[in-house]
Design a protein around this ligand. Structure first.
Ligand SMILES: Cc1cc2nc3c(=O)[nH]c(=O)nc-3n(C[C@H](O)[C@H](O)[C@H](O)COP(=O)(O)OP(=O)(O)OC[C@H]3O[C@@H](n4cnc5c(N)ncnc54)[C@H](O)[C@@H]3O)c2cc1C
Length: 502
């Protein structure tokens, strides 16, 4: 999609467009952090203009890379005093524009807060700074027979701070839960620079669940500077299967029958023909040529896994699977997962551009919604690959387009939005795990009433009354009385200077 500048997308920050910090402000930021922590030249800022949703871009006035919670606190206090908007950034793999800078504001990059502070095996918890990558937690505790369960496909690079902000999920969240189920406590710098600890090292801390409020708040309520996370014991046995089906309906039926049999697999993932083609071109996982493949992973005590394996294989057989692969060793299992986890990036092999959508439908509605997406593919003329966490109904349609063809990028955005409409109509959600960010904030009214949104805005204002902490994300811009939903259009009263947006 052609790059859209943030001032086109975030009308409420138009006033800041093109603003640069003056030399006093830059000097003060440099004084607050270790030498070499402030970037403010255009080439240095370039890498921070977007996250993985590359078509939304904006240049901040400065990027600050603090090395400690105290430095984060000092920078946030400075922004608060100067009225400067700031955006926390982990490792920039977000897919909804959550780390998109505010033009003229400050980006606070957490990549230098990357220490594992404490490994407490008897109590099954690890304390980390936010810039630690998801996978490195598992690597640190692997020698003790433990791992960190939420496993986004980006786990080799994404930060735990970003995971907490997005309440990230992954293939194994069907059985083990999302990030929110694995965070015990957080140290947080509030938008005015105050440092607080929420949650507790113990389970079931007394008082309101502030941790539940902050996890998934997409960097709008403060900046996490430390996290205590739960680790889980590696299962005694793991068995991975790959099954190929001629139709997506048969694959969907297999998912339903596995769950109906009372089995909760570690993961159930599905990929359609286009996603299989892309994965094959990129990482050669040697998947069978099929309309649909299903990856099912069982884990737990060895006798249980053996018994359930027979049930799963029976279901595949009864539904006429055209091929079934049973991973015999770790290398085979890793190859299967590589094909699945590379699926997003692999689309780049078969299409010049693609848009990763993220929506949820009740599992039972999967065949219906996938059918609608197929019809839309034919109508729109854009190829759509489908990769999804089938067990929890989390769809990731991959909409292929070519930005060099006039109108196609706009068409792709429309197709992506239409799919979200299908998800909501089916009783689902506009996001499963990638967050709302900037990308989907205007779709929030599809799911929430004006009163719901007002309550969310009030919660946010309670912590950030001056709206400097990742402004313009998650919530749609409030409209003037009498304005209609849809893309923002200036109200005549506003144009006449008689009222202003707030
Ligand atoms: C190829 C690919 C595959 C992916 N697969 C998955 C998947 O399977 N499941 C999934 O859930 N996601 C997936 N994602 C999305 C992405 O990796 C996650 O959203 C991840 O959690 C983002 O982490 P990050 O460090 O890159 O955060 P960023 O992109 O830097 O930031 C994301 C959000 O977090 C906020 N933030 C970052 N750090 C902090 C902090 N310390 N305190 C407060 N707020 C903070 C930012 O302001 C922003 O709103 C995938 C992305 C890619 C590119």
């Amino acid at each position: 999609m052609p790059a859209a500048r943030a001032h086109d997308i975030l009308p409420e920050v138009r006033g800041l467009t093109g603003t640069t910090l003056d030399s006093r402000q830059i000097a003060e930021l440099e004084r607050l952090c270790a030498p070499g922590s402030v970037l403010s030249t255009p080439p240095a800022l370039l890498a921070y203009e977007c996250d993985a949703l590359e078509h939304l871009r904006a240049s901040p006035a400065a990027v600050v890379l603090p090395s400690s919670a105290a430095e984060v606190q000092a920078v946030v206090r400075f922004c608060h005093r100067e009225g400067l908007p700031f955006v926390a950034r982990g490792h920039g793999t977000g897919l909804s524009g959550g780390a998109l800078p505010v033009p003229g504001g400050v980006v606070i990059g957490l990549s230098r807060l990357n220490r594992v502070l404490d490994i407490d095996i008897p109590n099954r918890r690890v304390t980390v700074e936010p810039g630690v990558t998801n996978l490195s937690i598992s690597k640190h505790v692997a020698p003790y027979g433990y791992y960190y369960a939420p496993d986004p496909s980006s786990q080799q690079v994404c930060s735990i701070g970003g995971n907490i902000a997005e309440n990230s999920g992954g293939a194994h969240c069907l059985k083990y839960g999302f990030t929110v189920h694995h965070v015990l406590a957080l140290e947080l710098v509030l938008p005015d620079g105050e440092l607080v600890t929420i949650g507790d090292r113990r389970l079931d801390a007394p008082g309101p669940d502030l941790l539940g409020l902050v996890v998934g708040s997409e960097g709008t309520l403060g900046i996490a500077t430390k996290a205590v996370v739960r680790i889980v014991r590696k299962p005694e046995a793991v068995q991975t299967f790959l099954a190929a089906f001629d139709t997506i309906e048969a694959g969907g039926q297999a998912v339903s029958e596995i769950i109906a049999a009372g089995i909760v697999p570690g993961a159930i993932e599905m990929m359609d023909a286009l996603a299989i083609e892309a994965a094959e071109a990129a990482v050669h996982p040697n998947f069978p040529k099929a309309n649909t493949v299903l990856i099912v992973e069982l884990d737990g005590p060895a006798p249980e896994v053996r018994a359930l394996s027979d049930v799963v294989l029976g279901i595949f057989r009864s539904l006429g699977a055209s091929a079934v692969e049973v991973a015999e060793h770790e290398a085979q299992r890793a190859r299967i997962w590589k094909g699945r986890k590379a699926a997003f990036a692999a689309m780049g092999r078969i299409s010049p551009n693609y848009y990763v959508q993220d929506g949820v439908v009740p599992r039972t509605k999967l065949p219906h919604v996938l059918g609608r997406i197929r019809d839309l593919e034919v109508r729109s003329g854009l190829r759509i690959g489908n990769v999804f966490h089938a067990g929890d109904g989390n769809l990731h349609p991959l909409i292929c387009y070519d930005e060099r063809i006039p109108g196609q990028s706009q068409r792709a955005a429309e197709v992506a939005a239409e799919i979200l409409g299908y998800c909501v109509e089916a009783g689902g959600s506009i996001t499963g795990e990638h967050g709302v960010g900037c990308d989907k904030r205007d779709s929030m009214p599809k799911m929430f009433s004006a009163i719901d949104l007002a309550v969310m805005r009030d919660v946010r204002r309670a912590l950030d009354p001056t709206d400097i902490c990742n402004p313009g994300k998650v919530l749609p811009t409030p409209r003037l009385c009498g304005e209609v939903p849809g893309p923002y259009k200036q109200h005549p009263v506003e144009a006449a200077g008689l009222a202003e947006r707030f």
